[in-house]
Design a protein around this ligand. Structure first.
Ligand code: UMA
Ligand code: ADP
Length: 495
């Protein structure tokens, strides 16, 4: 396993041999490849990456999925026809013989069969643990409630700009174990609370928790437990990158560790400072680049840039290369993405705002009040926490999805609220409410799965429906879209 060192990435290191990997698996997890029986739980992309890894090491394993026919099952059978696969439930007999469980992040550790197996002595290993036992280059690990994908991608681009071969993945999309297939001088991993709660031995060269706001409270007991899972990212002796503006993150600092702080509100190791007519991204007393050269909307993206710079400095990336990468960084789809400007109204797709913190950050970025489209699955979050930002920054709100009523109740009539059955209707309502100079922001503060395949699907439906407005605008010379009152039930009074 890699131990942190700031300059170790400068050259390619030889791949870790199977003997060294198995020694670490024995030492850390009492996993003896000769007699272990590993059950991979979840036949998704994590499960399949673990299957390939275990097969390569000659470790005996089976795979189980509670769905009748997981979407990747046929593909898996083609790749590994001889591996036992159990589907249609978590058969306790399969768990009973397992010495170790590699549990995919989407599967709760509170599943009855898993709890029972743990009581019976089975050990939990995550795909990230397996990765940590095999990696031969520094790892940067990034978590937080919001901004993980943006910072992970930014740092990956910075490393490339600095001339490094870099593997970028984890929760972002490519399972960590699949990154090991290509040689790399640096790995950048986005890690979710689900991945971290079952990871024990990742000793990242540099790690950060970008921020903590309520999320996934349907899986975690409360925000304190959720924050504790995130804090696990700092296990080891690597550099800690700390958001000084976030009290819960600030409290995670450990004495004796190398710490880099960042802030968009006050002086820190990485911070913002106005000098003359320009605001700069700063590192200690040094101006790194003007903030205006960062081509991204929203103050939260200044925080993301500072965090990425801090992580980059922690692993020795060249500062100029990092700034060049920031200047070229166009942002990721479905995050504060400007879709169109129609008759003076700007339409913004922030479909990836799947929790309250992201929606609040989006609203805070606006000077003028917006028309907000929100709603979906609140995942157990207390929607009252959304109310102050909406009161301050929204002119009106269009709600849709499973927890629309919950949000309306929290708003308690502080702004006009309209309900929509689907995205097309939501956009018609918003078009009717918007005047030239307004922005319409899709920033749902909720997960999408109650109505859409995923947040991408939701964002694409938004984009399509907005672009259809352009079409109808051109073809019929539409002066005004249908007024909201014909389509919706305003929920102003009596809530
Ligand atoms: N499954 C069960 N029983 C269950 C739940 C799931 O058998 O109770 C099975 C499903 O039937 C499916 C398999 O588990 O066949 C899927 O496993 P998974 O949900 O762990 O998903 P993967 O395909 O392995 O993808 C996971 C992450 N998914 C989740 O955390 C839910 C992906 O993050 C990640 O990109 C991928 O590993 C690679 O690391 C996605 C995500 O939504 C993008 N993450 C959440 C987020 O960002 O908010 C945390
Ligand atoms: P994650 O991977 O943590 O979900 P993303 O970079 O995909 O983060 O962004 C998800 C949502 O959070 C988007 O709506 C984006 O605009 C918002 N966001 C990005 N960075 C931050 C931040 N630092 N603080 C709050 N919200 C943020």
């Amino acid at each position: 396993m890699y131990t942190a060192s700031a300059s170790a990435h400068a050259t390619y290191l030889p791949p870790v041999g199977n003997a060294a990997i198995t020694a670490l698996l024995k030492q850390n997890f009492a996993l003896d490849p000769q007699n272990a029986k590993v059950l991979v739980v979840g036949l998704g992309i994590t499960g399949i990456s673990a299957a390939h890894y275990l097969q390569k090491l000659g470790i005996n394993f089976a795979i189980i999925d509670s769905r009748e026919k997981p979407p990747l099952m046929d593909e898996f059978f083609q790749q590994m026809p001889d591996i036992p696969v159990f589907t249609g439930g978590f058969d306790e007999a399969a768990f009973k013989v397992a010495t170790h469980l590699v549990v995919s992040p989407g599967v709760s550790l509170n599943e009855k069969a898993i709890s029972k197996a743990i009581i019976n002595g089975a050990k939990i290993i995550s795909d990230i643990d397996l990765f940590a036992c095999s990696v031969n280059a520094p790892v940067v690990a990034i978590s937080g409630s919001n901004g993980k994908s943006t910072v992970t991608t930014m740092l990956g681009e910075m490393a490339k700009e600095a001339g490094l071969k870099v593997g970028v993945g984890g929760n972002l999309g490519t399972p960590a174990l699949d990154l090991l297939k290509q040689p790399a001088q640096l790995y950048v991993l986005e890690l979710s609370s689900f991945q971290l709660e079952r990871t024990s031995v990742l000793n990242a060269a540099a790690a950060t928790v970008l921020n903590i706001s309520p999320d996934h409270l349907d899986r975690h007991a409360d925000i304190a437990e959720y924050a504790q899972e995130k804090q696990r990212i700092f296990k080891g002796n690597g550099a800690m990158v700390i958001n000084a503006d976030d009290a819960m993150v600030n409290a995670m600092q450990e004495e004796g560790r190398s710490v880099f702080t960042f802030s968009i509100k006050k002086k820190a190791d990485f911070y913002l400072q106005v000098k003359g007519a320009e605001e700069y991204l700063m590192y200690k007393e040094q101006c790194l680049m003007p903030l205006a050269e960062l081509p991204l909307e929203g103050r939260h993206n200044a925080a993301n840039a500072l965090a990425a710079l801090a992580l980059g400095v922690a692993v020795g990336l060249d500062e100029q290369a990092m700034c060049n990468a920031l200047r070229k960084f166009k942002g990721l789809s479905h995050r504060m993405q400007r879709v169109a400007e129609i008759r003076g109204v700007t339409w913004v797709n922030d479909s990836k705002a799947t929790n309250i913190g992201a929606c609040v950050a989006a609203l805070e970025g606006y000077e003028r009040k917006v028309i907000l489209i929100a709603g979906g699955d609140a995942k157990g979050a207390d929607m009252n926490e959304l109310t102050p930002a909406i009161r301050e920054k929204a002119k009106s709100v269009v709600l849709m999805g499973k927890d629309a009523e919950l949000i309306a109740q929290a708003l308690n009539g502080c702004v006009p609220v309209f309900f929509a059955a689907n995205m097309t209707q939501a956009i018609q309502i918003a078009a009717g409410l918007a005047d030239a100079g307004d922005s319409v922001l899709l920033s749902p503060a909720c997960a999408s799965l109650d109505q859409y395949k995923n947040y991408q699907d939701r964002g694409e439906k938004f984009t399509k429906a907005v672009l259809a407005l352009v079409g109808s605008d051109r073809s019929c010379g539409l002066a005004a879209s249908p007024k909201a009152s014909t389509l919706v039930s305003p929920s102003m009074a009596g809530r």
